[in-house]
Design a protein around this ligand. Sequence first.
Ligand code: AMP
Length: 450
Amino acid sequence: MTDFQTLGLSEPLLRAVEAEGYTTPTPVQEQSIPPLLAGRDVLGVAQTGTGKTAAFALPVLQIMSRNRPQGNRKIRALVLSPTRELAAQIDERFSAYSEHLDIRHKVIFGGVNQNPQVRALQKGLDVLVATPGRLLDLINQGHIDITHVEFFVLDEADRMLDMGFIHDIKKVLKLLPKQRQNLLFSATMPSSIANLAGSFLHNAVKVDITPEEITVDRIEQKIMFLRKADKRRLLVKIIKQERVERGIVFTRTKHGANRLVKQLDQSGISAAAIHGNKSQGARTKALAGFKNGNIPILVATDIASRGIDVDGVTHVFNYDLPNEPESYVHRIGRTARAGRTGIAYGFCDESEAGYLVGIQQLIGKEIPVDLSHEFHFVGAIPKPGQKAGKIKDKNAPKKKQHQRNRSNGGGGGRGGGGGRNQSRSGQGSSNPRGDHRSGNNNRNQRRRDD
Ligand code: AMP
């Protein structure tokens, strides 16, 4: 008897799980599947990478296939996801898990022609995975009826709120039937999420998984102080020296991501950008090339990278340090997945020392400094008493507010617990001058990715 059998899953699902090569349920699966099968609501503090999709998809599929109503198919499970990538990944998981069941599922999201989605909806579905904007569009056009939903899953709820989807979520909640089972997953549990959860979950079982505590332990972290102008050269050098075959480089803006891809290309390094301004086709292509090994370097902004689930990422480069400390934990968690180890480089320039202070406060440790490169610049090291957050550049030209907003592409806030690991890096010393006073983590302008 496998562990999955002890969770009460039916034979078709056990076969599907076995075909996926899963032998042991992950903690979120172990804790969520039994209460969900028993009809309870679940509030899961867990992020992508923990196995949470199977945690909700398996029991939902099991209950749905147990009591299938007669007549035309109606949407009985609705999964809301903040980004297209994550929605597509969830739908792909539903394909795998429902392999031996008579279940029809479909994913819909914005940024692509709606007609194929409408045609699929007309044929009838059991499970709909959607981003909020396109869902409401198609509901308003009369193509989607969610009044028969029995299972409502709100995935990555913290990101949903960050991206300004709260009103859309409230609209969807109003349209759902009262009698249903609810699941909410979020990487973090700030009061806004707790309030939202309280508004529609009933007597929910709380499942709390903080994956960073697991994965961060296997990530070697290094910080490099340098001038902004030297970042590209250092990146190229490391990629070539370490023969990086699968690495993700994070930039703060979409424009920065595009520019860097061109520059890497000029240096003979094949890279692709993935961010919210890219068409869905371009994003899918970039991700596919990265997954199949044709493109060794993916340059991403935080929002677009959300939910990217690629095994075997050996390197993460914080080319721009994130202005939200939680994003750092999320970014470095892209490596060291599935039991592997990984390395995370942080490039800290003269304008980013405050961000580094914030990151180190969150993770509760100082990241070892790597001095083994020719670009080391003491001017980028946090000053004594440096506060967390943005450093104002007095010489920077003043931009109008709308220009600032338009030039800003990343802005991903993400959560999870702080890793309290010790890095295995023996390089250099820890930042000698970071202080640990709390400060202001400037929240970046959000954008909808739907
Ligand atoms: P998720 O958090 O749902 O995005 O899942 C992350 C990755 O873990 C996906 O590639 C899944 O296929 C994989 N996965 C999920 N459950 C298990 C399991 N029990 N054992 C091994 N891999 C799993």
